[in-house]
Design a protein around this ligand. Sequence first.
Ligand code: SF4
Length: 472
Amino acid sequence: MPLPNSGDKFREECGVMGVCGHPEAAKLVYLGLYALQHRGQESAGIVSSGDGAFRSHKGMGQVPEIFTEPVLEPLSGPLAVGHTRYSTAGDTSLLNAQPLVVDCNKGLLALAHNGNLVNALEIRRRLEQRGSIFQTTSDTEVILHLIAESRSRSLAEALSEALRQVEGAYSIVLMTRDRMFAVRDPRGFRPLSLGRLGDAVVFASETCAFDLIGARYEGEVEPGEMAVADAGGLTRVAFSEPAERRQCIFEHVYFSRPDSVVFGRPVHLSREKLGRLLAREAPADADIVVPVPDSGLAAALGYAGESGLSLKFGLIRNHYIGRTFIEPQQAIRDFSVRLKLNPVRDILDGQRVVLVDDSIVRGTTSRKIVRMIREAGARQVHLRVSCPPTISPCFYGVDPPTERELIAAKHTIEQIRQFVNADSLAYLSLEGLREAVGDPEGTRYCDACYTGKYPTEPVNLELETGLARRRG
Ligand code: SF4
């Protein structure tokens, strides 16, 4: 059977990567996608450009399953763009796999998108009424149609025009035969970094992709900015009026790798501070601090450092489960969680445990983990969560649980504590979260999943959710 989502985590939907001006561009993109694999594991694709032609390969599965030596070899040329994606649909998944490639009145284009457009359906319907035929169910395709529809001869102008019509989150890498565009929406929801490798220009969702290929991080593609790389070098222009920054705070809480610099800030710094502030706000009378691996590790380190309690690896994660497994016919309690996490009895037996996790979505996994820790002999389990209660779904590029599925949307903290059967439960405050990411005033980050205050008009959000669930 397929390995289910834990049900207790939001899922990032995409990672993008582009290399312009390197003889082995596609191979570098391939390596970069390895580093970005955590941002999407269901499909991936690479398109390269050389000698006036595009070559592409896309497939379902993870990067090493899709890109073998014979598949990569033909992807020649000095430019390449890649994408890794999470999706929920069946048949349409490969159809929607990115980069999307079109041959239109603006030439050959390959586009990779991280984010979600909240007015995509509205625009799509308008375009369909005028005769446009869509090939995918992805919101990303809307951008390509808008580019093709533009009367402007300059691609940069047509792209700007298209982007001024869409609303929501987009970090995009767009490749032509000989140029690469990188753009980020005016609020800057999703990250997009710029780097150099010798003379080549490199773009990636996270800087961990640069580290793997030896590229130097030079900074972010700024919100509302268009960076254009070609043989003549790099130019950077603003394509939209400045808007209030609304970078996704959840990138620092959970999505991004701790070894990345995201929105100009090292993620591990934020994560450890989340734990330190959590220890100050919600101390526990306990013996040891145990992280829920891997994502709770940095916060647990911070909690332990601040509280003076020792950090113990009381839960061990199995990293080698693969994508499917066969469950024995005789049911084993909490099988899917046990497959991933195993408690260490010698560490937990007789202890009062502070269990640190980075988020609770539905609460079902937390409940199973608390039970496992108790069964391993722990006397008490105090659950500490390094962000505030998640009360609202996301519409900006994250697999959105509905409000109904979010346990904190309809239950008090005491009710959640009873459900997960912890001796105590505490979340980090919104103020603590903002302080941990270096934004105490709350002016630079989106925190709508904790506050319900969305930075874009909530027009058609319900309508868009159907499309959002099918895109990457
Ligand atoms: Fe990030 Fe939450 Fe805002 Fe979505 S709603 S962009 S997950 S902070």
